[in-house]
Design a protein around this ligand. Structure first.
Ligand code: ATP
Ligand code: CA
Ligand code: CA
Length: 438
């Protein structure tokens, strides 16, 4: 599970970087929140960048900080608007990212060398990104924003901020703030990162023993014969949104993204309580209520009746057609959880079942798993890096199977794969039977 990380404290090598990131975010986000938003964003908002110098003494603009550093804030008005579109509470966002300078670092899980940090409450992720990705995000920001405007239920990564830090004589570090797809209050029993390719898409099963919560890949998924178990209603919602999202990615010539899938098994529930153990590391002083390690035990999701589920599915469908978020209060029919979570996010379709999207049967009645789904790592532009890689890899491998294919076929392959593994349990059983017969 991704939440297992290393606590970033004063002794951690990246303590200064983490401290500076959070100090900069706190300052710039408060500054932006304090301003009155204009009715409409202008082109200038998308291009905006503001630079601040922090030092030990402080100055008329910035408060004093522990270290000397420079901080750059990009398109703050746009990101404020995005946070609002994604239903974040401004105060909550600030609290999570800055109430104490404690993060956990996931190190660098991918090959890219990016670092991941979780906010202390695990709601948000800071990902350091390459300069090329940074430039690219700025270039596509308007398209992304327009897409979110038209598709509030987008499956694409939710970006909440884009910033840069630099210490004297140090290098520039660009980073984004994103949502942690996996909610802090639920155990995620399995995680998959799916691209729709088979080459190199296998996590060594032997290594699972060492790291039972590792992120698995396409071949591991197929080997397990898993499915995204959605009946017709939810399947349609999911496909419709994914197709829209992927068509944006194709248009912007993006590739190398994946569908991140977290699976919460309702039968297993939260018994394993891995998080409790992890969070104990995060109890520095305990002077605020959220410092209490949440207790994962004894939480229930009330199983909605068939009628309720049908009504809800209908609501969801109407909402996605009108591209309107679900009105508060109507989208949920479950017991309140004791644990803190981003409840406002539940207004969004794919976050509406306890932060995720619950499995359904062929008759659209609820199933046994909650899926947490998002298209992640979508800042790789084909033109910049991948053409070279394509050339080199193309020499040795089957052209169709290598992952750096151009954005159009990449998107097609991605959609085909994800749609191919989306089946209600009944459908999956039927297909397995047919396959056995023939
Ligand atoms: P590479 O380019 O080598 O694929 P990367 O450094 O760009 O790697 P990502 O692909 O963005 O990294 O993410 C790596 C892993 O981190 C994912 O497979 C997933 O396990 C975790 N992760 C990324 N984004 C999120 C998110 N929003 N919520 C939860 N986990 C995430
Ligand atoms: Ca990736
Ligand atoms: Ca990447």
């Amino acid at each position: 599970r991704v939440v297992v990380g290393t606590k970033v404290d004063q002794n951690h090598v990246n303590w200064v970087t983490a401290y500076n990131m959070l100090t900069g975010i706190r300052f710039t986000v408060s500054r932006t929140n304090a301003k009155i938003a204009r009715a409409e964003l202008t082109d200038a908002d998308f291009e905006a960048k503001h630079k601040f110098s922090f030092d030990i003494t402080g100055n008329e603009l910035t408060p004093s900080a522990k270290y000397d550093f420079k901080f750059k804030d990009y398109a703050p008005g746009v990101f404020r608007d995005l946070r609002q579109k994604f239903r974040l509470d401004p105060a909550d966002y600030l609290m999570s990212l800055t109430s104490k300078y404690i993060l956990s670092e996931l190190g660098s899980p991918g090959k890219s060398g990016s670092f991941f940090y979780f906010s202390r409450d695990y709601k948000y992720i800071i990902k350091t990104i390459h300069h090329a990705e940074h430039k690219f995000l700025r270039r596509i920001l308007k398209d992304y924003w327009l897409h979110v405007q038209d598709n509030p239920n987008t499956l694409l990564s939710q970006f909440y901020g884009l910033h840069r830090v630099k210490i004297p004589y140090g290098r520039k570090i660009h980073f984004v703030v994103m949502n942690n797809l996996f909610p802090p209050h639920r155990d995620i029993h399995q995680t998959f990162d799916l691209k729709g390719s088979t080459i190199g898409r296998d996590f060594k099963e032997e290594d699972l023993e060492k790291n039972p919560r590792a992120t698995l890949k396409d071949l591991n998924w197929l080997r397990r014969e898993k499915h995204l178990e959605f009946g017709p209603e939810k399947k349609n919602l999911f496909f419709e949104q994914m197709e829209r999202d992927v068509s944006l990615l194709q248009k912007l010539k993006i590739m190398d993204y994946s569908m991140l899938v977290g699976v919460h098994d309702l039968q297993k529930g939260n018994q394993e309580n891995l998080r409790d153990k992890t969070l104990q590391v995060f109890q520095p002083g305990g002077d605020s209520p959220s410092d209490e390690a949440p207790d994962g035990r004894g939480m229930l999701i009330r199983t909605p009746s068939k009628l309720e589920s049908a009504r809800k599915a209908r609501e969801l469908r109407q909402i996605i057609k009108q591209e309107k978020p679900i009105p508060m209060g109507q989208s949920s029919s479950r017991m309140p959880d004791t644990m803190e979570e981003n409840t406002a996010k539940r207004e969004l379709v794919f976050y509406s079942d306890d932060g995720g999207f619950r499995a359904t049967h062929e008759d659209n009645s609820p199933g046994d798993e909650i899926f947490f789904l998002s298209i992640i790592d979508c800042l790789t532009h084909y033109g910049t890096v991948k053409k070279l890689e394509h050339f080199w890899k193309g020499l040795s491998n089957d052209k169709k199977q290598i992952s750096p294919i151009s954005p159009e076929p990449y998107g097609e392959r991605f959609i085909n794969f994800i749609e191919g593994i989306t089946k209600s349990p009944e459908e999956a059983a039927r297909d397995a039977q047919n396959a056995a017969r023939s």
